[in-house]
Design a protein around this ligand. Structure first.
Ligand code: ZN
Length: 61
């Protein structure tokens, strides 16, 4: 997990310096994560404003 970075825009977890989803810069300073497998039915996804499946950080600094 140490190489993963979190997007400052949408919290998507990626190895890239820029988010492949929204293009925002990513940060290594993040805490906790959630795996969204069914964004349409997930309460957590709704709360975080997530509309596509994937791994997302709960907190990005
Ligand atoms: Zn993003």
């Amino acid at each position: 997990m140490s190489d993963l970075r979190a997007c400052k825009g949408c919290s998507f977890l990626t190895m890239e310096n820029n988010c492949p989803k929204c293009g925002s810069a990513t940060s290594r300073e993040w805490q906790g994560y959630v795996v969204v497998v069914d964004a349409a039915k997930s309460d957590i996804a709704k709360r975080l404003g997530i509309s596509t499946n994937g791994k997302y950080a709960l907190k990005v600094r």
